[in-house]
Design a protein around this ligand. Structure first.
Ligand SMILES: Nc1ncnc2c1ncn2[C@@H]1O[C@H](COP(=O)(O)OP(=O)(O)OP(=O)(O)O)[C@@H](O)[C@H]1O
Ligand SMILES: [Mg+2]
Length: 246
């Protein structure tokens, strides 16, 4: 799952990482838990059903999960998830497990289930943390980046009291710009603070913001771009396991 504050590259990372893993031959399910429903847009899809219908039980899973690419499936988000949050709120017990109960019976069909979250903190994010085992946090290399990260670490800590399986596994620096000093400095600080989990950064790349309006992943839109090679490196890191950066 990807998690952290607004506009840091969560959705971009979830979708392109998913596409990269699928290209590498893994079966991947992307789950969008955001009311913005951006994942479907980036993948050029207009799903008629998604996570909402799965959680309400209105439709069977095979009608909620749509094929997006070879080896890549999507359980889309969107506005209707607002009603789901209210549904979760109204539960008198077990509210945190709503998402897990829906995904557990399906997830053995995939090698990776990647979950995109909305900015901020809500019931659905708590649900995601009661399901996920590995947390990936994109961190935009800008002022206040480390502040946002430490705030998130506190929230994660409070969840871990109840669910210790949810572990921070990857920190992915985004919007890296080597021409200016700030991001370089923040990247070094991240490596010092979190040597095990800090991954190679995703550089600032215009193609990443252009690709969605064509409904294309970075590998389809700009295979030769820096972003394409950066996301490929992230795929490699995740597939090959933990090799902390030098
Ligand atoms: N490395 C990058 N270089 C340039 N633009 C990027 C990069 N990563 C993401 N973007 C662009 O920045 C914007 C925000 O990215 P994205 O939507 O992935 O963030 P988010 O964390 O999911 O935001 P939200 O919190 O609103 O869900 C998008 O327009 C995206 O195309
Ligand atoms: Mg997003």
């Amino acid at each position: 799952m990807t998690l952290s504050k607004g506009g840091v590259g969560k959705t971009t990372t979830t979708v392109n990482l998913g596409a990269g893993l699928a290209l590498a031959g893994y079966k991947v399910l992307v789950v969008d838990t955001d009311t913005q429903g951006q994942s479907a847009y980036i993948l050029g899809k207009k799903p008629v059903a998604g996570l909402t219908e799965l959680l309400t039980g209105e439709l069977p899973p095979e009608e909620c999960i749509i094929p997006a690419r070879k080896d890549l499936w999507l359980l889309s988000g969107g506005k209707s998830l607002a009603g789901i949050k209210r549904m979760i709120d109204r539960k008198s017990f077990g509210a945190e497990w709503t998402l897990s109960e829906a995904l557990k019976p399906l997830d053995t069909q995939y090698d990776f289930v990647l979950i995109d979250t909305s900015p901020g903190w809500d019931q659905l994010i708590v649900n995601v943390l009661f399901y996920a085992t590995e947390v990936l946090v994109p961190v935009a290399l800008e002022v206040m980046a480390l502040h946002g990260l430490s705030e998130f670490m506190r929230s994660l800590g409070s969840i871990q009291k109840y669910r210790k399986e949810a572990r921070l596994k990857y920190i992915v620096p985004t919007f890296m710009d080597a021409r200016i000093k700030g991001p370089e400095k923040l990247y070094s600080e991240l490596k010092k603070l979190y040597p095990e989990s800090t991954c190679q950064p995703i550089r600032y790349c215009d193609s990443l913001s252009e690709a969605p309006s064509f409904g294309k992943t970075i590998f389809e839109f700009a295979p030769g771009s820096t972003a394409s090679s950066d996301y490929r490196a992230l795929v490699k890191r995740i597939v090959e396991g933990d090799k902390p950066l030098a």
